[in-house]
Design a protein around this ligand. Structure first.
Ligand code: F6P
Length: 343
């Protein structure tokens, strides 16, 4: 029996509530733990803002998008006395183990706390699916389905108007969402960060389709894609507390370039945060639930400094260092399969 802290950090993600529910249900019912939920990620630990999570208060949250705890991109190591304040809160609240649910940033902080002797068990989260150590993160499949649905819809309007439509999806510096949604949606070209593109090759694919009598094309582009020798399309705003620039907008220039070079009418759509919103798919609810239950099991067994992970079909524990060593970029074999359908 102990006191377990839980928090959700970084971008929100469909399936976060499934993890919280899993932690609480298993932790309270099977282990008799008390579960303390910190609000807004690390910000809640710094400000000592928390709520007691019970089986009752977490009932009915499984299908809900977002996170009932709220989230933020607060980095305690960028705050004055951040580490000391975080430690003071955890001590004052009698937290025995902390379960941070997040991506590389949140888990990076978790790892630093672990190095400092704080018992942590991480849960990987990101729609981008770019965390090493786990085959999939929850939220990814939902984001892919939302993007695929959008591509299906854009197909019919592109076809009606004889247009090229450029669809921009998220994913940061990894092309997982673009590759999956592009393949599922039958995209004619997919541009990912791992494969800098030549705009003339993109236009050739479009021209080839037109030469075969097709009068429309769908180009799926990842927000982190870039032309050969060019740069990622960052927006001119301040970086976040973890040093990430704000991506998005490459579709704007692609729309103009493709129209000007091919002479075909072109439109762009940026899907943005719609990919992170709303109810999680069953897959992500199940993965989130399995992660939550596995995390509380590890916490109860005293296995710290690890992250729960999906390996094949099994949930395993991997060292946080392994998960954080390098981002997991798009599998080239997957991209090669997608390429079969270009042009
Ligand atoms: O990491 C998830 C993600 O949605 C990325 O795909 C995207 O670049 C970023 O977060 C957007 O962050 P924010 O919600 O802070 O704009």
């Amino acid at each position: 029996m102990g006191r377990i802290g839980v928090l959700t950090g970084g971008g929100d993600c469909p399936g976060l509530n499934a993890v919280i529910r899993g932690v609480v249900r298993k932790g309270v019912n099977d282990h008799g733990h008390a579960i303390v939920g910190f609000r807004y990620g690390w910000a809640g630990v710094l400000a000592d803002e928390a709520v007691e999570l019970t089986v009752e208060s977490t009932s009915g949250i499984l299908p809900r998008g977002g996170t009932i705890l709220g989230t933020s991109r607060t980095n305690p190591f960028k705050e004055a006395d951040g580490l000391e304040r975080a430690k003071a809160t955890l001590e004052a609240r009698g937290i025995d183990v902390l379960i941070p649910i997040g991506g590389e940033d949140t888990l990076g902080v978790a790892r630093q706390l672990a190095d400092d002797g704080i018992p942590v068990v991480g849960v990987p989260k990101t729609i981008d699916n770019d965390l090493a150590g786990t085959d999939f993160t929850f939220g990814f499949q939902t984001a892919v389905q939302i993007a695929t649905d959008a591509i299906d819809r854009l197909h019919t309007t592109a076809e009606s108007h004889n247009r090229v439509i450029v669809v921009e999806v998220m994913g940061r510096h990894a092309g997982w969402i673009a590759a999956y949604a592009g393949m599922a949606g039958g995209a004619d070209v997919i541009l990912v960060p791992e494969r800098p593109f030549d705009i003339e090759v993109v236009c050739d694919h479009v021209r080839r389709r037109h030469a075969r009598g097709r009068t429309f094309s769908i180009v799926v582009v990842s927000e982190g894609a870039m032309p050969i020798g060019g740069e990622v399309y960052g927006r001119d705003v301040a970086k976040d507390a973890f040093g990430h620039e704000r991506l998005g907008g490459i579709a704007v220039s692609l729309e103009a370039e493709i129209e000007q070079r091919t002479g075909y009418e072109c439109r762009m759509t940026i899907l943005g945060h719609v990919q992170r919103g709303g109810t999680p798919l069953a897959y992500d609810r199940v993965l989130g639930t399995r992660f939550g239950v596995a995390a509380i099991e590890a916490a109860s067994a005293g296995t710290f400094g690890k992250m729960v992970a999906l390996r094949g079909t099994e949930i395993e524990l991997v060292p946080l260092e392994e998960a954080l060593a390098e981002p997991k970029l798009l599998d080239p074999r997957l991209f090669e399969t997608a390429e079969v359908f270009f042009g």
